[in-house]
Design a binder for this molecule. Structure first.
Ligand SMILES: Cc1cc2nc3c(=O)[nH]c(=O)nc-3n(C[C@H](O)[C@H](O)[C@H](O)COP(=O)(O)OP(=O)(O)OC[C@H]3O[C@@H](n4cnc5c(N)ncnc54)[C@H](O)[C@@H]3O)c2cc1C
Length: 390
């Protein structure tokens, strides 16, 4: 039986573990957090990725977790309504799409593998030596093991990528924005709806998934350079975000206060990962670690699910790992690049950086409210899932 070590237990990691177990691999997953990480904004599963969760038998559970947002309302600096609409008008998505909380998707995926794979929480890979017989891995705990394959599913700031290809900066394509997401009290009594407040270069969002006592808070802002130094310092992240929104009105002071107090703060840059190759020797990458598209595309989880399915299928059917990794990349890269191409640096439609761009966006939003929803963007379905017979 071939063995595989997967680094990261969020979306790509458990999805890959599911398929590798199905094909008879002996799978270990290592995750640096103490437990499965909940939280995170609602994410979309759409287009080609819907076929993956369908093949995993997860559609019924995910439909139960579907968020079903009824309304998105855009507000100006003083909190007055600019436009209000059904979310489909904005995402240009068909109504087959699923929108689930990131933490719910991670949990559903994790449940499919928790009894069948070895899970090492609160640990991570610190060294790897790739040779003819496998990859010798040293873990932070001191444990040493050899695996046939090591797969990095450890996100935008992947440690497996750094160990294999070198520092992140060379592959990191910063799109000019930073964001902070966190949970906060639902003091406005919002129900299945989102409110987005904008000033040029700054956005504050409240997103109520249900009608419960908490909502997702989200602060996003433009910044000329990526604050790499803040990545490992939560206090520096809080100070940075608070200073950017210090003089704003509406509910922004309450969001900043909640961000400071949050125990589930998720801060990151809005960035893509663009790598010339997704594998080297017996080591490969999947999901954000290989090809993060950024949340502006709304495609991060969908690309992670599709990549995991294709990578596992080729590992199970190709004559060796070299052929498998090549086929995985050949088949998936055009789909990934089409979706990464949905956004350009500093040009996020929803987060205009100047007064003129904000006025243009608002005019476009008002127009959208009068247009029927369309059937999704072609990039979301630009790949047909291959079938693998083992
Ligand atoms: C807690 C959390 C909240 C998020 N919130 C948002 C959000 O609000 N908006 C958004 O656009 N995207 C968010 N994301 C990212 C989103 O999940 C991904 O863009 C997308 O789903 C692709 O998933 P992925 O599995 O490839 O990467 P990720 O979801 O980033 O998962 C990577 C996993 O690897 C783990 N990991 C990282 N380094 C190591 C290491 N050295 N060793 C072992 N494990 C490691 C991480 O803890 C994480 O569980 C969030 C991710 C997490 C983990």
């Amino acid at each position: 039986m071939s063995s595989a070590l997967i680094s990261g237990a969020s979306i790509a990691g458990p999805a890959l573990a599911f398929w590798l177990r199905r094909y008879g691999f002996d799978v270990t997953v290592v995750e640096k957090a103490h437990t499965l990480r909940g939280g995170g904004y609602p994410i979309d599963i759409r287009g080609t990725a819907l076929g993956v969760v369908e093949r995993m038998g997860l559609l019924p559970r995910l439909r139960e977790a579907h968020v079903d947002t009824h309304r998105l309302t855009f507000l100006d600096a003083g909190g007055d309504v600019v436009a209000s609409m059904r979310p489909e008008s904005l995402t240009r998505s068909g109504n087959r799409d699923l929108e689930v909380r990131r933490g719910d998707l991670a949990e559903v995926l994790y449940d499919t593998v928790r009894d069948d794979v070895e899970l090492l929480f609160d640990n991570s890979i610190v060294a790897m030596a790739d040779h003819d017989g496998g990859v010798d891995v040293t873990f932070r705990s001191g444990l040493q093991r050899t695996y046939d394959h090591v797969i990095g599913a450890d996100g935008l700031h992947s440690a497996v990528r750094a160990l294999t290809f070198g520092p992140e900066e060379q592959f990191h394509r910063y799109l000019g924005y930073c964001f902070a997401g966190f949970t906060m009290p639902n003091h406005l009594g919002l129900r299945q709806e989102g409110l987005m407040w904008n000033e040029p270069g700054r956005a504050a969002v409240l997103y109520a998934v249900g009608s419960g006592e908490s909502v997702h808070g989200f602060l996003c802002f433009t910044r000329a350079t990526a604050p790499f130094s803040a990545f490992r310092d939560p206090q520096a992240q809080r100070e940075l975000v608070a200073s950017v929104f210090a003089d704003d009105d509406w509910e922004v002071p309450k969001l900043v206060e909640a961000m400071r107090a949050a125990d589930d703060l998720f801060f990151d840059t809005v960035s893509q990962i663009r790598l010339p190759r997704w594998s080297s020797g017996r080591v490969a990458l999947v999901g954000d670690a290989a090809y993060a598209p950024s949340f502006l595309t709304g495609q991060g989880s969908s690309l992670a699910l599709v990549g995991a399915y294709v990578l596992a299928g080729h590992l199970a059917t190709a004559p060796d790992h070299t052929a498998a990794f090549e086929a995985y990349e050949r088949q998936t890269r055009p789909f990934v690049e089409a979706n990464q191409g949905l956004v350009e640096e500093g040009r996020a439609e929803m987060f205009p950086g100047t007064t003129e761009a904000l006025a243009a966006r608002n005019a476009a939003l008002r127009e959208l409210t009068t247009m029927p929803a369309t059937e999704g963007r072609p990039e979301h379905s630009a790949m047909t899932l291959p079938d693998f017979t083992v």
